[in-house]
Design a protein around this ligand. Sequence first.
Ligand code: NAP
Length: 244
Amino acid sequence: MVSIPWLWSCCLDTQTLVYILLFGLLGLAIHKRLRKKPVFLDPRGRAVLITGCDSGFGNLLAHRLLDLGFTVFAACLFPDGEGAQALLTHSSPGQVKVIKLDVTSDKEIEQVKQYVQDHLPDKGLWGLVNNAGISLWGLVEWQTIDKFQKSIDVNLLGSIRTVLAFAPLIRKNKGRMVFLSSTNAYVSFMNSVYSLTKAGLEKFCDCLRLEMKRFGVQVSIMNFCCLSLTSSGKCKTTVHPKCE
Ligand SMILES: NC(=O)c1ccc[n+]([C@@H]2O[C@H](COP(=O)([O-])OP(=O)(O)OC[C@H]3O[C@@H](n4cnc5c(N)ncnc54)[C@H](OP(=O)(O)O)[C@@H]3O)[C@@H](O)[C@H]2O)c1
């Protein structure tokens, strides 16, 4: 006859073993999930189109991507301006294509689309950065309907225009789309015009993100506030000293 203490210790052992096994499997599963291999993307032969490259973040990003080795389509309001010209001198011949683009113009969007299609590097258009934007402050009653229309046209419809034009190319390469939003999308104080354009942009991005997921395209929103950038990329602001 099996003694009770032996049975008890045997059960405990079996139980312990089962627990150890289960915890081990759980640990393995978690480890596998967390240990995502870093993806190293080779920028050579991949192109990124950035709007609003004349100055600020767009211009700095263009410089950075050129340094990394991407081909950059730098869309500028003023291709002969200082910011655009600095990009040309910064890069190796042909690496940057400075193109005229006012994002409120359907005609120019069509021309740029044609130009991009004709000048793509071998791995195609991989990134679209919707950076062009204008900001406007003040009480609602200080504004005119023209000011609302202009801001919506640049900040919201401008990004939608580029998506409609370039989404097929980005989809083809399982690329990325990035949108420059603002904390003003959530903060409502003397900024109705700007705030509504960025809030609308974020809603648009959310819809686009869900639609693009099945094509392997990532849609991202960059959200920051109160930066004033120098040409060397340093933050000049006194509002957010931490962003230095
Ligand atoms: N700086 C911030 O604190 C901050 C915070 C949150 C979000 N953002 C957003 O980040 C983006 C970049 O901001 P930033 O600070 O770098 O400002 P920025 O220096 O004024 O850059 C905006 C760029 O868009 C261009 N642009 C204006 N209207 C255009 C149009 N119709 N078509 C094409 N390009 C046009 C501007 O050209 P011109 O220079 O020739 O006018 C400029 O190059 C914007 O979308 C902005 O709303 C900025």
